[in-house]
Design a protein around this ligand. Structure first.
Ligand SMILES: Cc1cc2nc3c(=O)[nH]c(=O)nc-3n(C[C@H](O)[C@H](O)[C@H](O)COP(=O)(O)OP(=O)(O)OC[C@H]3O[C@@H](n4cnc5c(N)ncnc54)[C@H](O)[C@@H]3O)c2cc1C
Length: 586
């Protein structure tokens, strides 16, 4: 019997018959609070959820145990932070062992100080959300609880699969396809090519199991070994550029490019966004961004950038995916962007927001296993597959820390490999504390990966401990590499000045107005303007950028203001094309 997550949330089976409704569970030793919450929540959510209230830790745990025994689903666990018998965070931990899919909510007093128990609980990952009591308006309570329930429902098995993907668990092309579908928020079900269902689906269509991945749409439209552009078009996005002229071309659809697109389009500029893969950039593959303003419980990078992409599109930005740019030319006042496919877009201004690519380990045997147990960047879609396995994370920055924490939710053991003698040099303090508190994460300092082993997929790593001069081989199911990166700027012509690959802008181009060689005008460059007038840079690819989502967003909003300034000045004084302005050959 099929039951969708919406049905499950509503307590209905596919035939409409009522099943036991998921539970919203409340525990507080203050009877008034329990009664008020039970009444308020039942009034609003009672149709779809059963609200259970308990007045003590002992009674609460006993009831939750009974619910486990009866295989009942708990959606929310709401516990007061201080119940005498046990702190609320500890109660949530015990309760969560019985109901691991439930979202944990800590009830706290209104206290915007660092002493509030929610500060520590969120930092240590002991709670997903908080509610403050007393709640002033029922509507505020309802809005918060609706959000928590929506997040809970998202984690349930999707009831409708738009696509079936059949492929190898460790096949790099299958990995790329699953990653793309995840990034586009497309519900799909994955079947291994040697599993019963996968084999059956291929045999039923007369398909060769050696040619994977295979992607089957709900209407049976089938693609064998699909190219990126095909995948993008199959999910309804645009992978072909049919616009040849516009006001501004934005290269890259990460947070910087998407924000620039939102502001440019909303302020009346005709904007074309050219993106090499799919929208979201680095942020789009980050499972949880905790430091983006306005999201006290964090926000998934994917969700944040997906919304920005839709917003840009709704304001009228023309979004084109799977279109890497390959060159940039100046023709008088026109700036011409060349796409790798050969077509060109002519604009009055260009914003480069291409971010950075991860730095490589440079170990040939590991490079050969990329996608087959070796992954560069975030551990988004792979994390679930690491259930019960030993995995390794290389790196000591915030992204490595976040990846380790995310993986620790699924893997048996996560080992962080750090070349230096401490995490503190490169990682935020809050993450270090979370790692120290997390179960199953080990940090190995002074350690480098020197080799990889495995036929077809990663099986072991050779690690070298520099401090003790020891080398050992350890079994490894996966290696996640997060060691910083190189800016995506190789495609730019020499006239766009760079330092270590990062694009110079504003005062770094010409500190004294006209006196810097390479800057052709009498006026000084605008703050985010590159050494080529009318060409701007935003986000991580810019020299001195902060490498944060919010700063990339800030750059994206600022740069549009500067583009207006440049265009409003009538481009006066733009000289003939500078030397080196044709870019690498197509
Ligand atoms: C795993 C992970 C976790 C992170 N966590 C946090 C966090 O918690 N908080 C935080 O503030 N920051 C975090 N960051 C950093 C943050 O994601 C980046 O600072 C931010 O994404 C930079 O935005 P951007 O738009 O400049 O570049 P990017 O996000 O890198 O986007 C650049 C885009 O340009 C595209 N592109 C590149 N070259 C071309 C080309 N030639 N043609 C067309 N398109 C091209 C790329 O495909 C990409 O989509 C994290 C990063 C990672 C990897």
């Amino acid at each position: 019997m099929n039951t969708t997550s919406a049905d499950a949330a509503a307590g209905r089976r596919a035939d409409g018959e009522r099943i036991s409704r998921p539970v919203i569970f409340v525990v507080d030793d203050d009877a008034g609070v329990v009664r008020a919450l039970r009444d308020d929540l039942t009034r609003r959510f009672g149709e779809d959820f059963r609200v259970i209230g308990e007045l003590s830790v002992t009674a609460g745990l006993a009831t939750l145990r009974e619910l486990t025994d009866r295989h009942e689903t708990v959606a929310l666990l709401i516990a007061d932070h201080d119940m005498g018998e046990m702190p609320g965070a500890d109660f949530l931990a015990r309760a969560h062992e019985m109901h691991p899919l439930a979202k944990r909510v800590l009830l706290v007093e209104r206290d915007y100080s660092v002493r509030s128990p929610i500060v520590q609980a969120m930092t240590l990952g002991q709670a997903d959300y908080h509610l403050t009591k007393p709640w002033m308006l029922e509507q505020h309570l309802y809005r918060s609880v609706s959000e928590f329930l929506a997040e809970w429902a998202k984690d349930q098995e999707a009831g409708f699969d738009l696509f079936h993907v059949i492929g190898g668990r460790r096949d790099p092309d299958t990995h790329k396809l699953r990653e793309l579908l995840t990034r586009f928020n497309v519900p799909f079900r994955f079947h291994t090519v040697d599993g019963e269902q996968g084999r059956g689906m291929l045999a039923g269509r007369g398909l060769d199991p050696s040619r994977v991945p295979v992607m089957i749409r709900h209407d049976d439209y089938t693609m064998v070994e699909p190219a990126t552009a095909q995948i993008i078009e199959a999910v309804g996005a645009n992978a072909r550029n049919d616009v040849s002229e516009c006001d501004v071309v934005i290269v890259g659809a990460g947070p910087a490019g998407l924000t620039a697109a939102v502001y440019a389009a909303s302020e009346g500029l005709q904007a074309v966004v050219l993106e090499e893969t799919v929208s979201g950039g680095q942020a789009g593959s980050s499972p949880m961004i905790r430091n983006y303003p306005g999201f006290p419980h964090g926000v998934s990078g994917h969700e944040l950038t997906r919304r920005a992409c839709e917003q840009a599109w709704m304001f009228g930005a023309h979004m084109v995916f799977s279109q890497p740019t390959a060159g940039l030319e100046c023709r008088g006042e026109e700036r011409v962007v060349r796409i790798a496919s050969g077509s060109r877009v002519t604009a009055r201004a260009v914003i480069i927001a291409t971010g950075i690519a991860w730095r490589r380990l440079g170990v040939p045997r590991l490079e050969a296993l990329i996608g087959s147990g070796v992954f560069y960047g975030a551990a988004g879609s792979e994390a679930r597959a690491m259930e019960g396995r030993d995995v390794f994370v290389v790196g000591a920055g915030n992204s490595a820390g976040q990846a380790a924490l995310h993986l620790a939710r699924h893997a048996r053991r996560v080992t962080m490999l750090v070349r230096g003698d401490s995490l503190a040099r490169s990682m935020s303090d809050y993450l270090i504390r979370e790692i120290e508190a997390a179960r199953g994460i080990t940090v190995r300092l002074h350690t480098e990966v020197t080799d990889g082993h495995g036929s077809g997929h990663l099986e072991a790593l050779t690690l070298h401990d520099k401090l003790h001069g020891r080398t050992e081989q350890v079994p490894a199911a996966a290696l996640f590499v997060l060691i910083g990166g190189e800016p995506h700027t190789q495609w730019l012509p020499a006239a766009v000045q760079r330092r270590h690959g990062y694009i110079l802008t504003g005062r770094d181009v010409a500190r004294d107005g006209a006196h810097r060689p390479g800057w052709p005008l009498d006026r000084a460059p605008l703050p985010l303007e590159t050494s080529v007038p009318g060409v701007f840079a935003a986000g991580d690819a810019r020299y001195r950028s902060i490498k944060r989502v919010a700063s990339a967003v800030g750059d994206g909003a600022t740069v549009v203001r500067l583009v207006h300034e440049y265009l409003d000045a009538g481009n006066a004084g733009v000289p003939p094309p500078a030397a080196g302005m044709t870019g690498p050959p197509a």
